[in-house]
Design a protein around this ligand. Sequence first.
Ligand code: 26Q
Length: 882
Amino acid sequence: MPARNALTSKNALAGAARIMIPFFKGTNPFKVNQNTFMDQNSKPAARHNAPQTSNLASELYELPPLGMDQETLALDIRRYFGNFLGRDKYCRSSRYPHHALVLALRDRLMERQKRTRSAYEGSGAKHAYYLSLEFLMGRTLNNALLNLDLGETTEALLRRLGLNLEEIIDSESDAGLGNGGLGRLAACFLDSCATLQLPVMGYGIRYAYGMFRQHMENGSQVEEPDHWLRDGNPWELERPEHTRRIKYGGRSEFYRDASGQQRSRWVDSHDVLAVPFDTPIPGYRNDTVNVLRLWSAAATDEFDLGEFNAGSYPESVSAKNAAENITMVLYPNDASENGKELRLRQQYFLASASLQDVLERWEMHHGRDFSQFAEKNAFQLNDTHPSCAVPELMRLLIDEYDLGWEEAWQITRHTMAYTNHTLLPEALEKWSVRLFGQLLPRLLSIIYEINARFLNEVSKRWPGDNARLARMSLIEEGPEPHVRMAYLAIVGSFSVNGVAALHSELLQKGLFRDFYELWPHKFNNKTNGVTQRRWLAAANPALRQLLDETIGTAWVTQLDELRKLTKHADDPVFRQRWQAVKRANKVRLASLVQRDCGVVFDPEALFDVQVKRIHEYKRQLLNILHVIHLYARLKHGEDAEWTPRCVLIGGKAAPGYFIAKRIITLVSKVAEVVNGDDEIDGRLKVAFLPNYRVSAMELIAPGTDLSEQISTAGKEASGTGNMKFMMNGAATIGTLDGANIEIREEVGDDNFFLFGLTAEEVEKARRDYNPNALIAADADFTRVMALLESGHFNRFEPGLFEPIIGAIRSRHDPWLVAADFRSFIDAQERAAAAYRDRERWSRMSILNTAASGKFSTDRTMAEYNAEIWRLTPMAPVQPNRQ
Ligand code: 26Q
């Protein structure tokens, strides 16, 4: 262990404890952790007491660029495989060839990452930081090969080495560090920012367990932990030298500083370390490599101390475990799970570690002069989950960097920007004041101060309007007062955006109306997108080839180029080729369904797909009612002009969401009955796809004909699966909700199967909603309900679907399933008829891809940048050729 200077006596003890039980330290023998030895109340300036190396010769870190040719890459892979990993001809695991390839690629990414950083820092560029509790990255290898332009080279050289690239790509587990849309959006954003060469860094949490793996037992979802790091993660690089200390508990105390100023500080806290792991984010063939920094929790050495000396070894170990638990597991709810202390710990952990990181880098370049800070930094909050960043930035600036309230507040209000992703009022985050005060006492006192000043501003604008004050307060009063996180985010930000036009409009008129009245200029819309690199170029190589040959390759970075396809939509030869591609992709999808569901899909049939989280507002139930309707038609011989159809439904239900789980069971049971019925004779197939995830969507979207986007209007903020399907040539059947509206605008009414009430009509319909009358008045609906209620799909489990039947028949069904039944069935029939005319369908498919240009995250990020961040794009510095 290197000698350390200026150890306090307490830290010397910590050192002694370390020596007594060396197995407590991390497994990396090279790890040097400066902050482990930091005094609890030390100022950031005192932090540089780690052993420092000075005067590194540039020869040590400046290297000639690595070759991108087959020979050089092959040699690197062989060295990693044989020497670094120590494998040989006896190796039977696909893991080591994968690791060897990844390490060779990571070297190439790393040199570009440094050149990118050099350009950003050298020019003092403004940075944006995307703070998100979720980054749903999926697999990394294929995307890295695409962006580095090493796909063909690698495929050929691996063949020489007796390896198969496709198998290696498939052997990688998904980084499932997100629930769904919001987490995947963050991942697509990073890809586009790197491609646009924007100085944007992602900050998130390195959960040891990501989104649970789902398997089915007797038609029910069973959750298993997703230990995605089991085989190691060769993409990431640990950066222990940037470890940060996070405080919890204790209390906030007043004191007078040396100059007699009254100040606050957070004392008697229980601290946890945040250790960063960096993943490279390559842009598309532009040498830019940005960084995603994920924080992992580790215990401080204090955990080894007191209890050991008192002889309470097991208690000490369990306290240490509790600290490290913070980043153990992703919360698997895609709507808020209220009141869980561990979740609040996670949220603060991310906010505090990331802000400390940014502030320390600032101090390195600018010392304690923060006059330019707001001009040079922006923080984008991915929903309210990281909104502790508002009071935490205030705390750091005031308590740690000695700024006054006003100056700190100006900085905070001009650097934070908040994106909302939900319209469901029950999903708005709230934390009980009691819990908040216990866990983050100093933050709560700052929130109170922000609130007092804010309410003062409100009362000046609307004197005497006490009802308004109560409505807008950051604290919801009541027997158990709560902190309203969305309001905190709005008050602390200069920008508030929704994620599709309708959603942003509804926020302004509804949820955030009072705030919109006060600060209309803060509110804006940023319609979501997806990255066409992953969702078209990488996921659909056959279509990519056809596009390249037909309209050139510019679409990969300028998706609007796809409009050039429009003129080919009426060309019969082109249509033929389009159909052949779609068919090949349907064959690929059918083999996935065969393997994972044991159901045979005929590629000639209409592939009708709904994959997304299972939630009542997304109305998987409406989808399955249509399936039952088709089944009833076949059973009654109403099969003139039949369109063979394969219905695929997939998605995870939050583990505690009873009715969502029961909907999964209904899908499974209906599938069993329909697929097993000889009379149906393959004219209708149904499958529930277990463990839906990013890598599954990469096979599903290219093979889909009809995309189901059927949420109750006004409830789906945007949707992004809808965009992936459209891009890959699926037609949409959908409501006027979220981004569906914009999809329909782009593709035209003729190429979109619209149904259902509008958001406005939904609100009116609730007033005297009578589902039983709707069922009774519609013979098809009556027949569907009769089948469901007869127990036909649950012969051996009577009552199994009572809760679902009750929900459909309830006058209080918030999702109005029955209200849209008729209109949905009719739209489905229009889709079926359109599919029977293959020429018409191909045209529609081509036009959908052609119209999908708007839905690139390149456009979304360009808008965030033009209207919120205002960063300057910047190419990396030139390589140092020696
Ligand atoms: C909050 C508190 C405690 C535990 C969990 C949560 C939590 C976690 C995840 C709440 C919400 C989420 C995820 C929300 C989400 O994915 N929303 C989706 O965001 C997409 C991207 O903007 C939109 O396209 C979807 O419409 C929206 O549903």
